[in-house]
Design a protein around this ligand. Sequence first.
Ligand code: BDR
Ligand code: CA
Length: 313
Amino acid sequence: TTRLIIDTDTAGDDCFSLLLGLLHPKAKLEAVTICNGNVDFDQQVENALHTIEVTGRGGEVPVYLGSARPLMGRWQAASFHGSNGMSERQFEPAKQRPESKHAIDAIIDLVMANPGEISIIAQAPLTNIALAFLKEPKIAKALKHLWIMGGTDHAFGNITPMAEFNFFVDPEAAKIVLGAGFNITLSTWTLTLKSGSFDAATVDAIEKLDTPLSRFYMQVTETPRRVAFERYGETISTHPDSLTCAMAIDESLILESAAVVVDVEVGGDLSRGHSSVYPARLVERWPDRDANARIVRTADTKGFANMMMSVLA
Ligand code: BDR
Ligand code: CA
């Protein structure tokens, strides 16, 4: 069993990562922590609580509120998932309420009480993870595994040409986290486009499941599917966050990966938030640089789709 904390700016695909964490038999979701990112902070909290409730498990997983703003960046909503992050669908307010403990303390307490046991899926800007590390640096070694959805493998971003959204919103936090000594796997936007997107046939198959969760899927992904079509000229449903969670639950979904030296550009007019990725085996002439992450280059799209379908069914 993989014991998970999911740190999320809940909107769009963030929801399906939560569903995998909540419902997959090999996962145990211990906590959900909310970070600034996709849409208005309070809206993200409601989206997370609603997603938990949709599974019928309302009240079973605590939700903690984290940083409502990035360290230094200017926060701006992503338009990708609609203004409420849920393709404009309105849902009844959830009955569960968030905990009063701050997300940063929740992360520290859970990780330090269970050394080597807990993994984090970081699928939002890295503000909460950076602040938790700054408050208690021992979490870097006590955490089993930090799965980061962020950055690109080479420049083709989704918010600027050179940057992916999560790293762009809080590059300083990303830089702190990547340099902190965690056991990191990086799941990039480049990987999302290559291996983490469902084609029209898969989306059809999900619609045909015709379960409450498949209907929830069709509703929440409506705007992102339309935006993806406008941008990329194909019917695809992109799953950056849920692919990351799926790989954490079942590492055999990782088909190709490499040890890399990765850092984040915090300056630069055009390059702020850009992830610099270099193969660890070529790094000997770069002083004081060592491998600090494993990057995933190819994942098993079919296996991932099967996992998602089994959970939505
Ligand atoms: C990431 O940015 C957000 O919009 C998504 O939730 C995902 O975490 C993809 O770049
Ligand atoms: Ca996200």
